[in-house]
Write a protein that binds this ligand. Structure first.
Ligand code: PHE
Length: 456
């Protein structure tokens, strides 16, 4: 229908940049290292890579196929393909999940602004001890007013871009900044592995200790693979819906997945050597990256310059991800409820701000949200991270595979994927993965976690 008014990427590069912008973000640079640290290192990393390959790539293709075929938001897409069924509720769960993830992601994104400010005002003078860095962390993010304010500021930035529409707002931001981010990450990785004691960190990250694998490690690895690739909630359905018909979609999707995984590994190569070098506990939790990084900047010549550059780029990488989260919800209200884009962006962004407040208060701002929220043993933000970021995405990915494999059908998905005339290598492999391997892998993990109740 109204593809002109919905907008379109300027071409394959535009899509790759935007989708990579969605995928690459705090999931790679904040969530991957801290989750790997909490889950014992090497074995987790191996499982994560396995899930990227076995679940991630097939689900990327499944979502993109649905998006390009229907040119709709996740709910509208299911309605278009299978009207009068319950499947659109899976799209609905995706929209809700996008909102849920945005509500805590914006808080962390706010932290990057806080650190950027810290870098500008030069608080990382000299090599920092783990304690000094920890104090800095508490001081920068434990302040309730500041934390809420920065969350709001970040949501405001997100609203402004989403309001402007997909191609103009999103592509432009990503084009220049992604390559810059990559360059600075490589530089930091080189610095980090040459720190005294750095090698130990690489061993921790890459040498699997299989005795550390438990159900919750496997669940976290699955969740991380999906979260990092922005899968299981329809972000790639939505982004695929703006993909031009004549371009090679599968290739673009696979490139994005590879790029995203590379950035996560690079972040690990930065964080773990530095962590061992300054003596921070790998299982320090959500604050890990924020506590470890200043010590690297302190040991770099022109550290302040690099700190400013790094935190600006990190904030932008986070922004291109929050944009995709808000975009999913906005696209739903624009397509299905006929709201205008600007109104949808303001209302949903504003609501999300309210819902984000407890998350903003969960790192010391308010006792109730900060420790053992309602007997779960974790703070409010971490709890949301697990509910939306691990469980909800896993359920979404499972249902997407079941839908494409058994309801819509692999042949139809292939028609959509190959509509530009570019053939997919190994179409039957994709079929087996979507019909059998992914659903089995994801359900086994979910059932195991529910039965053993070892997650909480
Ligand atoms: N993939 C993003 C990141 O790694 C987060 C995200 C998850 C974005 C789900 C959209 C959907 O930062």
């Amino acid at each position: 229908m109204a593809s002109a008014s919905r907008g379109q990427w300027s071409g394959k590069t535009g899509f790759i940049l935007a989708a990579a912008g969605s995928a690459i973000g705090l999931g790679n640079i904040w969530r991957f290292p801290y989750t790997a640290g909490e889950n014992g290192g090497g074995a987790f990393v191996l499982l994560y890579l396995g899930f990227v390959l076995v679940v991630g790539i097939p689900v990327v293709l499944a979502e993109l196929a649905i998006g390009r075929q229907t040119q709709k938001n996740p709910v509208g897409a299911f309605k278009a393909l299978v009207p009068n069924t319950l499947w659109p509720y899976i799209g609905g769960l995706g929209v809700l999940t996008g909102f849920g993830i945005l509500s805590f992601y914006a808080v962390l994104a706010g932290w990057t602004l806080s650190y950027l400010w810290g870098a500008i005002t030069g608080v990382y003078g000299g090599v920092m001890t783990a304690e000094a860095s920890n104090d800095l962390f508490t001081q920068l993010i434990g302040n309730p007013g500041l934390s809420i304010g920065l969350t709001g500021a970040f949501l405001l930035l997100t609203i402004v871009v989403v309001k402007g529409g997909v191609s103009k707002g999103i592509e432009r931001t990503t084009k220049v900044l992604m390559p810059l981010l990559l360059a600075i990450l490589v530089l930091l990785a080189i610095r980090s592995v040459t720190l005294p004691g750095g090698m130990e960190g690489l061993v921790y990250l890459f040498q699997p200790d299989f005795s550390k694998i438990t159900g919750s490690v496997v669940m976290s690895a699955l969740g991380q693979a999906l979260f990092s690739l922005s899968l299981g909630m329809g972000a790639m359905i939505t982004y695929g819906s703006y993909f031009p018909k004549e371009e090679n979609l599968p290739q673009a999707g696979i490139l994005v997945a590879m790029f995203d995984t590379m950035i996560a590994l690079l972040a690990g190569i930065i964080i773990f050597p530095a962590l061992f070098s300054v003596g921070v506990d790998p299982s320090a939790g959500p604050g890990l990256v924020f506590v470890v990084l200043p010590s690297i900047f302190g040991s770099l010549p022109a550290g302040q310059f690099f700190a400013i550059a790094f935190y600006s780029l990190l904030a932008i990488a986070a922004l291109t991800s929050t944009i995709s989260l808000l975009e999913v919800v906005v696209a739903y209200f624009v397509d299905e409820k006929d709201w205008n884009r600007s109104r949808a962006a303001w209302i949903i962004g504003g609501l999300c701000f309210l819902v984000a407040i407890p998350s903003a208060l969960s790192s010391g701002g308010a006792e109730m949200f900060s420790t053992n929220f309602m007997g779960t043993g974790m703070d409010f933000l971490s709890l949301n991270n697990i509910i939306w970021g691990n469980f909800s995405l896993s359920i979404g990915a499972l249902m997407l595979c079941l839908f494409v494999g058994w309801k819509w059908g692999i042949p139809a998905a292939l028609v959509s994927l190959e509509s530009s005339g570019h053939k997919l290598a190994g179409p039957s492999l994709l079929g087996v993965a979507i019909k059998f391997i992914c659903p089995l892998a994801v359900s086994i993990v979910l059932i195991y976690i529910i039965v053993t109740q070892q997650y909480f």
